[in-house]
Write a protein that binds this ligand. Structure first.
Ligand code: IMP
Length: 419
């Protein structure tokens, strides 16, 4: 479909990649859930059960770790791509919980790539022993990806092949238990790159769902304080098996402030009472581990960096409502390092650990945004904040989220969304 905008016709996208712009927990799940209503396929491309998305199904709160949140919408195909690592025990629990809540889960609406790698108990044990200095989620993510890179990992197609799995693992104490998991999951296995390609050919609408955020990317993040997958746009191609030109649009998800779980540098971190206020108001506790998230001001160097390395088409700003009631709001616009001003984000730990953020201060607003449905209803200082982010991040803002509900979403530029 074409729409007329600023004197030109624009083709609205048939598929959109959803990418976290900070250190994860930006509210990707909420935006995916909002957009999923209008799509045919939701395909997750990276990470594993280190991710957590809280949803309410059948009046019950459920936390999804592997399964795309499109599962809650009827008649959508949910795909777990080859770039994902899967804990068979956890995904079976997720399927069970969903079924108990009355949600249909079958190979009709959930497929798992035959090339996705399996997280085994040995990976979890190793992560618990060695992940402490990074502050990992202890779910075995790093060790599973390490085995994949070292060419000794276990692909889903080998896991569900009784003969191969038995030959490799019959001596392990988890053998029997995991053999059973493999048989239960086998019907979900599919050649997912082929299925995605067929859907692209038929012009079906697809969401490519990322987990974590750009600064946790194994290549572009704050290494070694990162996760072990590509959370950035390239992960869509490798993690799902599609060509880059097939990605028609990308939306970066940017929380109106910054959070980080685990260790690693965080220039705008608020270690004071204000940080605690924002943490409580924004419910900033990990949905996978329950750990309190570290909280800080919005860092626009990060936003600009993410927009650049991902080539983002637009940005969705989330949790704007959490900032209501603050007298002053700060945006970090540069770093000072050894007397030198830095305008562009760097992943150099020495700089990030020893820089002073340079802030721009803006007036806050008192109004509760929860029930506002139009941009014009937002307090003028909230609108100024949004405009300033747009100018500084150098990417247009397409969505503003003002609460967890689907209806608490303001669309600013629909040309970047599905029709
Ligand atoms: P891992 O992914 O469990 O190996 O953890 C590596 C780093 O990424 C740690 O700092 C984790 O806290 C962080 N991390 C992993 N998954 C998420 C997520 O979904 N949200 C936020 N941080 C995450």
């Amino acid at each position: 479909m074409f729409i007329y905008h600023s004197n030109i016709f624009i083709t609205m996208p048939k598929n959109i990649a959803i990418i976290g712009m900070q250190w994860g927990d930006e509210g990707k799940g909420k935006v995916v859930d909002f957009l999923a209503e209008n799509v045919d396929v939701i395909a997750r491309f990276n990470g594993g059960n280190n991710a957590g998305h809280t949803i309410v199904a059948g009046g019950k709160k459920t936390i999804l770790h592997h399964i795309p949140s499109g599962i809650l919408h009827k008649n959508k195909l949910n795909i777990i791509g080859n770039g994902v690592v899967i804990d068979p025990k956890v995904i079976l629990e997720e399927i069970d919980t969903l079924k108990k809540a009355g949600v249909e889960v079958s190979p009709k609406n959930l497929l798992i790539s035959e090339n996705a790698h399996v997280i085994l108990p040995t990976h979890i044990e190793e992560d618990k022993k060695t992940g402490g200095k990074i502050g990992t989620t202890s779910r075995g993510i790093g060790p599973a990806y390490a085995d994949k890179a070292a060419r000794r990992g276990l692909r889903f197609c080998q896991f569900s092949d009784k003969k191969i799995f038995s030959e490799k693992f019959f001596r392990e104490n988890f053998f029997k238990e995991y053999l059973e998991y493999a048989q239960k999951l086998a019907p979900f296995m599919a050649d997912t790159p082929l299925i995605i390609s067929n859907n692209l050919d038929k012009s079906k609408k697809i969401l490519f769902e990322g987990a974590q955020g750009a600064l946790l990317d194994i290549d572009h993040g704050t290494y070694p304080y990162v996760t072990s997958s590509n959370t950035t746009i390239g992960g869509v191609c490798t993690g799902l098996g599609i060509g880059p030109k097939k990605i028609q649009s990308s939306i970066g998800i940017l929380k109106a402030y910054t959070t980080r779980v685990g260790e690693g540098p965080f220039p705008t971190e608020l270690k004071d009472e204000l940080g605690e206020i924002i943490r409580m108001k924004g419910h900033e506790f990990g949905s996978t581990t329950g750990r309190p998230r570290r909280v800080g001001w919005l860092d626009v160097l990060i936003a600009r960096y993410s927009a650049r390395i991902n080539g983002l088409d637009s940005i969705a700003v989330t949790k704007l409502d959490v900032l209501s009631g603050l007298k002053k709001i700060k945006i970090c616009v540069a770093y000072n390092h050894n007397g030198k001003k830095i305008d562009d984000f760097t992943t150099k730990l020495d700089v990030l650990e020893n820089c002073e953020p340079v802030y721009e201060e803006m007036d806050g607003w008192d109004e509760d945004l929860a029930k506002m449905t139009k941009y014009e209803q937002l307090p003028s200082n909230a609108r100024k904040y949004i405009k300033r982010i747009e100018e500084l991040a150098k990417a247009p803002i397409s969505i503003i989220s003002i609460g967890p509900g689907r209806e608490q979403t303001i669309v600013l530029r629909k040309e970047f969304l599905f029709y």
